[in-house]
Ligand binder design. Structure first.
Ligand SMILES: *[C@@H]1O[C@H](CO)[C@@H](O)[C@H](O)[C@H]1NC(C)=O
Ligand SMILES: *[C@@H]1O[C@H](CO)[C@@H](O)[C@H](O)[C@H]1NC(C)=O
Length: 491
C-alpha cells in the first residue's frame, strides 16, 4: 500500500546561489535547495510527501561545498516503498564536503594470521602493520611502467597465450572525442556504443536477482555502509581502488572478513581505453598486488572505471586472470547507474539519484534477467543515499528482490572470487600457462611499516582531505577532476 504513488514530476529547482567570495566568483556555491524533494518515510503513506517538504524547508544553508555546480540542479520527486527512519533528509545532502553523519571508523580489527573460516583453503590474513607505503606507486596516479613489478607483469601478459588486439588507445574526452571508434565492432567499446563481449558480466542470470556492488572505496564512510549491510544481513561486491586499499587496509580486511566480495577497480581510476597496454597492466597489477598484500587473496573479477572497456582492455584483463564486470544497460539512454557518483561534485542532486533508483527498480521488473547497478561508497553522500533510501527501498520492494554479491548472483561460490581459493570447477581460470611471479615489495618486517592511525589504517597518507573542509577533489584524481571541470560524467 505504500507503493501506490509513482510520482515522476520533475520540479523546478529552487537553488540559492552565493558567489564564492574567496575565489571564483563565476562559480556559484550551492546552498541546500528547499525544493520539494519528497521522501516517503517507511511508516508513512504515499501521500505523506509533504513531510519531506517541511523537513526540506528547515534545512540550513551552512553546508560548505568545495565544488561549485555551474548550473542549478533539478530536484526530483519520488515515492519509495520504504526509507530508513533515521535517514538524513534528502534535502540536507548536497555537494561538497559534508559532515551529516560521523564515520563509525573501523569496528573490528583482525589479528595477522587469522584464517578466514568462510572460504575453503583461504590463506591467513597478512600483517597489515607491516605494509610499506613507499613500496607502492604514488596514490591516485597512473603507476610508472618501468618498475620491476610492472615489467614482470608485462612479461606474464605476453606469456599468457591471450592475444591482445592491436588497437590504438582512445583519446581522452569520451565518445565525442572519438567519433571514428564508436561503432568499430573489432573494438567493441562498451562506453560508447554499449558493445559487450560474451564474457562480460552485465547482469545476473535470474530475474529479480540484484548483484549488488559499491565502487571506489574503501573510504571513511564505508564502515557506515558495512554496519547497515550487517544489520540487514546483506552482502555486496566492493570494487576497491588500489590506492584506497593502501590508505585503508583495515577497512578492506573488514569488508573481506564480513564475506563481501572484493574485486579490482584499478589503482588510480583512469579511463582505461585511453591508456597504453603497459599502463593498463600497471593499473591492474598494482591493484591485484595491494589486495593480495592486505587480504592474502587475489580477486578474479574487476570493473573498469566509468565502464570504459574495449577489446584491448578486456584482453589484457583476461590475461591477468580478471573477468570484466560492468553494469546493466537497456539501451543508449538507460544504464542501471544511480548517478550517485555525481552528487559530491555537484552535478547530480540526491533526489535525482533516488529518482533514478526508483526507475531502475521498476525497469528491473520488466527485464528477463537480474541486474547489476552502479553505486559508490567513496563519499558520505553516496553512503547516506544508499543506507537511507536505496537499500531500504530495495528490501521493501515488491516483487521481492534477491540481493547478493555479484559472484553469488552468478551462481558461483564466494571462493571463486579469488585466485587462491578458486578450485577451478565452477570458475575455470581464464589464463592457463602463466607462471606466477613473486614480488617482494610490502614484505613483512620492514622498518618503514606504518600502522599509524588509531584504527590501523594509513589514513594520514591521503583522504584526510575528504574529512576536512579542503579539497574534495584531491582524492580521486582524474575521476573527480572531470567533475571539477563542471562535466557531468555521463559514462
Ligand atoms: C525505466 O527507466 C526509465 C528512465 O531510465 C523511465 O523513463 C521508465 O519509466 C522506467 N520504466 C519503468 C517501467 O518504470
Ligand atoms: C586453478 O588454476 C590455477 C591456474 O591454472 C592453478 O594455479 C591452481 O593451482 C588451480 N587450482 C586448483 C585447486 O586446481
Amino acid at each position: 500500500m505504500r507503493y501506490a504513488l509513482l510520482s515522476a514530476l520533475v520540479l523546478p529547482a529552487v537553488v540559492v546561489a552565493h558567489a564564492n567570495r574567496a575565489r571564483d566568483v563565476h562559480h556559484p556555491r550551492q546552498a541546500p535547495s528547499s525544493a520539494a524533494s519528497a521522501s516517503v518515510p517507511a511508516s508513512g503513506s504515499a501521500t505523506s510527501a509533504a513531510t519531506g517538504s517541511s523537513v526540506a524547508s528547515g534545512a540550513s544553508s551552512a553546508v560548505s561545498g568545495t565544488v561549485a555546480p555551474t548550473t542549478t540542479l533539478a530536484q526530483f520527486s519520488f515515492s519509495l516503498p520504504a526509507t530508513n527512519p533515521t535517514a538524513i533528509p534528502i534535502s540536507s545532502l548536497s555537494a561538497g564536503t559534508q559532515t551529516t553523519s560521523p564515520t563509525l571508523g573501523v569496528t573490528t580489527t583482525y589479528a595477522a594470521g587469522t584464517t578466514p573460516t568462510f572460504l575453503p583453503n583461504a590463506p591467513p590474513l597478512p600483517d597489515i602493520s607491516k605494509l610499506v607505503i613507499s613500496s607502492y606507486p604514488a596514490l591516485d596516479k597512473p603507476p610508472p611502467t618501468d618498475s620491476p613489478e610492472v615489467q614482470a607483469w608485462i612479461q606474464e601478459v605476453a606469456q599468457s597465450g591471450v592475444q591482445i588486439p592491436n588497437l590504438t588507445p582512445s583519446m581522452a574526452g569520451g565518445c565525442a572525442a572519438n567519433p571514428t571508434l564508436l561503432n568499430d565492432p573489432d573494438r567493441c567499446w562498451w562506453t560508447c556504443g554499449g558493445c559487450t563481449d560474451s564474457n562480460d558480466v552485465v547482469s545476473c542470470p535470474e530475474k529479480l536477482h540484484w548483484g549488488m556492488s559499491h565502487d571506489d572505496g574503501p573510504a571513511p564512510y564505508t564502515p557506515n555502509l558495512l554496519q547497515y549491510l550487517d544489520q540487514n544481513q546483506l552482502r555486496t561486491t566492493f570494487f576497491a581502488v588500489g590506492s584506497r586499499c593502501l590508505s585503508y587496509p583495515s577497512l578492506l580486511q573488514e569488508e573481506y572478513m564480513a564475506q563481501h566480495q572484493i574485486a579490482v577497480h584499478t589503482w588510480s581510476h583512469p579511463q582505461m581505453t585511453t591508456l597504453s597496454n603497459d599502463e593498463i597492466i600497471a593499473e591492474l597489477g598494482w591493484s591485484k598486488k595491494i589486495i593480495k598484500d592486505v587480504l592474502g587473496v587475489t580477486p578474479t573479477y574487476w570493473r573498469p572505471p566509468f565502464g570504459d572497456v574495449d577489446n584491448r582492455v578486456r584482453a589484457i584483463a583476461r590475461a591477468m586472470n580478471l573477468a570484466t564486470v560492468i553494469w546493466t544497460r537497456l539501451d543508449a539512454g538507460h544504464t542501471f547507474d544511480t548517478n550517485d557518483f555525481n552528487i559530491p561534485g555537484g552535478t547530480a542532486s540526491p533526489s535525482e539519484v533516488v529518482f533514478n533508483w526508483q526507475n531502475i527498480l521498476n525497469n528491473a521488473t520488466q527485464i528477463d534477467t537480474g541486474f547489476i547497478v552502479l553505486e559508490h561508497d567513496l563519499f558520505v553522500q553516496q553512503v547516506e543515499v544508499g543506507t537511507g533510501y536505496i537499500l531500504p527501498a530495495a528490501l521493501a520492494f515488491q516483487p521481492k528482490l534477491t540481493i547478493e554479491p555479484i559472484i553469488t548472483c552468478l551462481n558461483k561460490p564466494l571462493q571463486d572470487a579469488y585466485a587462491e581459493t578458486n578450485d577451478n570447477t565452477t570458475n575455470p581460470p581464464i589464463v592457463s600457462g602463466a607462471q606466477p611471479v613473486t614480488l617482494s615489495s610490502g614484505a613483512p618486517g620492514s622498518a618503514e611499516a606504518t600502522g599509524g592511525a588509531q584504527n590501523g589504517d594509513n589514513s594520514g597518507a591521503l583522504p584526510v582531505a575528504m574529512l576536512g573542509n579542503t579539497n574534495l577533489l584531491a582524492l580521486t584524481g582524474s575521476a573527480l577532476l572531470a567533475v571539477a571541470a563542471g562535466a557531468r560524467v555521463l559514462f
